[in-house]
Design a protein around this ligand. Sequence first.
Ligand code: NAD
Length: 501
Amino acid sequence: MATTYTRPLDTASADTHVRKLQNFVGGKFVEGGKPFDVVNPATGEVHAIAHEADADIVDQAVKAARAAVEGEWGNMTLAKRRALLMRVADRIEERFDEFLEAEIADTGKPHSLAHHLDIPRGAANFRIFSDVIASLSTETFEMDTPDGGKALNYAVRKPLGVVGVISPWNLPLLLMTWKVAPAMACGNAVIVKPSEETPSTTTLLGEVMNEVGMPAGAFNVIHGFGPGSAGEKLVAHPGVRALTFTGETRTGTAIMKTAAPYVKALSFELGGKNSAIVFADADMDAAVAGLSRAVFLNTGQVCLAPERIYVERPVFDAFVAGMKAKAEALKPGLPNDEGVDFGPLISDEHRRKVLDYYALAVAEGATVVTGGGTPQLSGAAANGFFVEPTIWTGLSQDARICREEIFGPCCAVIPFDTEEEAVRLANDSDYGLASSIWTTNLSRAHRVGQAMEVGISWVNCWFLRDLRTAFGGVKMSGIGREGGVHSINFYSEPTNICIKL
Ligand code: NAD
């Protein structure tokens, strides 16, 4: 049964359609599960009703996934598996506008952003991992044996089995497919628990899987929340062999605890408190353009966004003035309105959290260069969860604003005098996901780029992604790496065969 469209259950006006999002188990959209509202953050209106998977639905999903691994999906040739994944990418593109509309409704993000980033990357993820899996070798070692003979070792790559995928709301299709595509390329069956805030594109992907002829149970979707709900039930289910999670660090620790008794394999992409460093020799226009994009893209709800920017003292004022002008030129509003390039935060709850940080910044002695509040918007956007893009100066390195992840459109700008000081300040964090360094000095670019205690160090750019490269965090920003062969190494495990010749 396809996703159906129904009249609103209780909230919206009679001419509004509210999408009904069911759990997708064993190739079917199944009835059942407690309904919950999915809100469009740009308007505050309910635009979909999703259904929370209970223990029974989670168990059905695990059984369907297991059956797929043991059945047609697990025994399929690599060529056919790759062709199916390529078809998924094609079909996402054929249904581009539906994915776009669903993603925009869930997140409220500007049309141009979802159009250029979220949906294309959803398709690209299936293509890249379909390619990567075809080009990988496994290791072979010939060895001497104690009796003077030879033995040959070679490895074969095997899927893990049933993989649980738990994804966040900030880049819903992009981050979910970033896990689903390599997991399926390796021959695993997946059960996705998308964020309760953004369940729509994952549900649509269930339809796509059926349309391309994916064997039932290879891809499953369960909706719901984290603790005590579908997320925790998935983590605790003994039939789930591995968990791949992107989200907050404290959620990662909760998942680790629940998964520990079963010794499940874990891949974690967690929070960050990313830094940027601008040296006086930087191309200032490029630095301002690049870092204003980095701070404000997706309303700051990007795990890689720098919330601490260290600027060499001679160019500090010019940089702050440039950032202020960029922030004030952003246009908030409804995703499809002309010229809108700044969306809302994901929820009222998240807005309250960000506004609490805005108040804390002032309490901690910040000078508010721009922003610090909520914009006055009219029409439907008046009820959206908007905040102003915000820049602070005058904060100390020890301020909570400079240590805790805010996940909003804001940054603290702090001056420095020497390269050593900049490196020390940037690395002075519990987190270590990404950094962005701006300089025209080639030696410094390499030196400082390598000195950063992070998983990804960008120089004169930010969020420039080659999907074959390692992606992940150090310290409290994650466990393991995704991307290219790194993803394949997590979603498969080698068996070594030793043959005495
Ligand atoms: P979150 O941790 O609140 O939720 C993520 C997912 O985990 C959701 O699907 C949620 O329902 C589920 N969940 C929550 N508690 C759970 C539990 N106890 N057991 C099982 N599942 C549970 O994160 P979020 O608010 O959706 O996303 C924002 C966070 O994600 C930020 O901290 C951001 O830095 C991080 N993030 C990291 C990366 C990265 O690549 N490192 C990328 C994007 C976002």
